[in-house]
Design a protein around this ligand. Structure first.
Ligand code: NAD
Ligand code: UFG
Length: 345
């Protein structure tokens, strides 16, 4: 069984490559390396002891993508490739719409041409916008509040329309909550290009001394300690969720959305304290104003994924923080100029 992974060199993609290879799938990765390094794929080869093809291709280059399908008999696609920074999407909406939506259209056109109609798509909990209540179920109304989120919402609609036009299409829309953590080996993990905007990579960079202190965005939310609450999910659990979704699309037809989250919410302060405990490092922080556009509480109802995919997230926040720390401590510069200086086990 041959699976094409778009965006496979990225954070979630590389972890999913490991799980697919370990499960015996043959994979082909395409990525333009806009937000990743080919080194992540070398590490995937080291971890699994398996080799696979990698094509440095932009999804917007239809001809190059066509060649990949022409030369390989692909059974299904897992589509991670996309831009993902909320703030950047507000400043550069045209780039986000073009890259994420046109990239997906190109991919689907080529898939259609070669009769490949099985797709697992990286959506996001951001499609729910500001939920009226928590936990969030898949049947909640959608209302993304920024261009990035709207690309995800629009792509979901496009994929549903595709299935209406041709019932042979089988698509899983995976709405991730907050992926964090890293592979146990400490060899692959999240490698943000600049100063990270997400909580965990930021905490990890404070712990390793690259950034002085964390800014906690608001302590006046109606939550246990006033700071924002999120459903953090270990990236390896998330990767395994893709394996389960792949099995689903290979065996069924139709379009379905699934929340991939743990169903539990943790506050910013809880995450700081957990990280301090597992790393033995102090995380200096300062409470500042709320970040514009943030919501107070967000966590999933993950029951549908359990019932229909047979998937449950099993790794807790301590393990998530410990694995993030191992990756960050062993790779303080991410995949670039890696210098193992602490060898955290
Ligand atoms: P990432 O940036 O690490 O990985 C995305 C990969 O796609 C990168 O390697 C990038 O180089 C590649 N890419 C982007 N545009 C491309 C194009 N036009 N052609 C080819 N390759 C392209 O991000 P990630 O965290 O691994 O996220 C993967 C997917 O999951 C994204 O679609 C993202 O929007 C979605 N998602 C991520 C999160 C999160 O918090 N990380 C949450 C919800 C959804
Ligand atoms: N936070 C801080 N300080 C920081 C960064 C974050 O206090 O420096 C807080 C936020 O205010 C929030 C929590 O930490 O309460 C989590 O923030 P993240 O930026 O890590 O994550 P978000 O929930 O805001 O958004 C993330 C992704 C989106 C995705 C969404 C749902 O960035 O792309 O999860 O999946 F859509």
């Amino acid at each position: 069984m041959k699976i094409l992974i778009t965006g496979g060199a990225g954070y979630i993609g590389s972890h999913t490559c490991v799980e697919l290879l370990n499960a015996g799938y043959e994979i082909i990765v395409v990525d333009n390396l806009l937000n990743s390094k080919a080194e992540s794929l070398n590490r995937v080869r080291q971890i699994t002891g398996k080799d696979f093809k990698f094509h440095q291709i932009d999804l917007l280059e239809r001809a190059a993508l066509d060649t990949v399908f022409f030369e390989n008999s692909i059974d299904a696609v897992i589509h991670f490739a996309g831009l993902k920074a909320v703030g950047e999407s507000v400043s550069l909406p045209l780039w986000y719409y073009h890259n994420n939506i046109t990239g997906t259209l190109r991919l689907c056109e080529v898939m259609k041409k070669y009769g490949v109609k099985k797709l697992v798509f990286s959506s996001s909990a951001t499609v729910y916008g500001v939920p009226n209540t928590v936990p969030i179920s898949e049947d909640f109304s959608l209302g993304a509040t920024n261009p990035y989120g709207r690309t995800k919402q629009m792509i979901e609609e496009i994929l549903r329309d595709l299935n209406v036009s041709d019932h042979e299409w089988s698509v899983a829309l995976l709405r991730y909550f907050n992926p964090i953590g890293a592979h146990k080996s400490g060899q692959i993990g999240e490698d943000p290009n600049n100063i990270p905007s997400n909580l965990l990579p930021y905490i990890a960079q404070v712990a390793v001394g690259k950034v002085n202190e964390l800014k906690v965005f608001g302590n006046d939310y109606p939550t246990k300690d006033g700071t924002g609450v999120r459903d953090y999910i270990h990236v390896v659990d998330l990767a395994i969720g893709h394996l389960k979704a792949l099995e689903k699309v290979l065996g069924f037809k139709g379009v379905d959305a699934y929340n991939l989250g743990t169903g539990k919410g943790y506050s910013v302060l809880e995450m700081i304290h957990t990280f301090e405990t597992v790393s033995g490092r102090k995380i200096p922080y300062q409470i500042v104003e709320r970040r514009p556009g943030d919501i107070g509480i967000c966590f999933a109802n993950p029951l549908k994924a359990k019932q229909e995919l047979g998937w449950v997230a099993i790794r807790g926040v301590e393990e998530m923080c410990k694995d993030s720390w191992r990756w960050q401590a062993n790779n303080p510069n991410g995949y670039e100029n890696t210098k193992i200086f602490t060898n955290v086990k």
